[in-house]
Design a protein around this ligand. Sequence first.
Ligand code: ADP
Length: 595
Amino acid sequence: MKTKRPQARQSKQGFTLKKVVGAMALMLGFVIGLFYVCYVYFKDVEVQRAENRIVLYQSTLVEALERYQHLPFILAQDPLLRRGLNGFEIDVVNSRLEDFAFRSRLDAIYLMNTEGLTIAASNYASEQTFLGQNYNFRPYFQDAMDERRGEFFAIGATTSQPGYFIAEAVRDENGNPVGVLALKLDLTPLTEAWRAGGEAVFVANSDGVIVLSSDNSWRYQTLGALTDVRRNAIAAERQFGSEPLAPLDWVNRDNGIVDIDGTAFLHVVTAIPRLGWTLHFLADESRVRERALLVVVFVTIVAFVLLALVGYLRSRRLKVALLASQLARRNLVTVNTKLEEEIAERRATEARLERARSELARAGKLAALGQLAASVTHELGQPISAMRNYLTASEFESDAGAARLAKRLTGIVSRMENITKQLRFFAGPGKENVEEFDLRRVLDGALELVRHDLKHQGIEFEFSKPHKPVVIMGNRQQLEQVLVNLIRNAVSAMETSDVRKLVVEVSKSETTATLKVLDTGIGLGGRSIETLQEPFHTTKPSGEGMGLGLAISTAIVNEHKGTLSVVDFSGVESGTRVGVEFIVELPLAHEREDS
Ligand code: ADP
């Protein structure tokens, strides 16, 4: 049983720990699952939004590129340009082109001859004028000369400013190209607007070079490595000036997410078919994570609040139940205590009853004995006296045989007298002799009676008493009888002892007078005082003792409101101390008066 209990506690603790770990794992699983679901949901929402946004960007870009598509063709119809190409009125052409550029808010409009040499330009007056520059290396010039509309995005060879170029051939009356009219559109305001919108957008050309971007640092970087052939072709067209065209630090993660310079973005792409460009819209992925996290935190807080509420309600219920059980327990304890008290009372009553019963029995025996004693004393008193007188008379006779007989008879008679003396106590209450007296006189009286016997039997004896009187109230003769009885018992007990010593002591305390009789006899052999006090309990041979001495002594002491007790040293190994000590305690006379 003892070893099972800690095991049970251990397994219970283990079970609780497992439950806690299980609950925590479940909660963690729930939180991760919830985060994943929210993440997927908010990503979808964000992708949807990005797709809407990219359509908007696409339309503004296409619109910006489309707006001037037909302008070079229209302007090329102007006969002034043909005259200019033939070397006339160049100044007029210059100012006409300047006027056109100003009105249509174009970067530049310029006219090239068939060699690609710029002969007139809207910026003829500016420091970085295109006048005199040869642009025959540009694809848009070549396309226009081949009777196609030329379109091209490049960094300006003269101004170093990026721009979108559109070119159209200027034809003579026969429709043959005699020159090329080109315009340059500055797309910087568009990208400025993107940047101002706070969103990340860029456009890559067919080579994967970023040509427009809301973030200037990404511009002219490549989405993939360029082949040497393409790199050489770009250099020949001087499309991107001296830009190194380094690859952009980006990783495409396949799940619609790209990392650029270590930042994750949701990535949506759409095509700009006109130039073979691609438009890229980037939405910050951290927004998705933040939203998902926010929902998780909110749900977790709500869950915790609910849990706390449930816990609180549960603990309140438990508390109420506990209080009820405590009350029930208290009631039970009260009932139990009452029951225990009742049991104890019952036991005490039983013990009292038992005591009363035994006292009654003893009193009954003593009462019977009293009657017996009265009759025996009455019956024996007269004949004994007559016998004594008779025997005394016969002692004077000379016959030796008769004398011996007389001696034997005297012995028998004294024994009979002894018996009657003891029985005399029962014959009358003896209350008429009650007086105040000194207990030391009882000692002296008893000593007178037994001194001769003690000396005769060779018993060493020691009597001690205080100097001051020990006054008690009672019957002196009866107490003398008690003391003589105790001394005679002590003498009998020492019959077979090697050391034979008797100590009798009278002493007093504040309220009590004490009488002690100590011997070196054989001891009580384990018998209690109650046993010894039983009438007719004796170890002496028939005729020598009737077992009445202590019964009578107890009755006398009780009548004096005192106690008779005994200490048996025979079983105690304390040096030479053997034998027993009878102790009689009596109230002092003034004490009795007080009470
Ligand atoms: P009795 O002396 O006639 O036997 P008591 O009532 O005086 O009757 O004593 C009863 C018994 O108690 C004695 O027989 C004896 O066995 C025992 N007793 C009394 N006093 C002593 C004592 N001092 N030492 C040992 N035994 C004693």
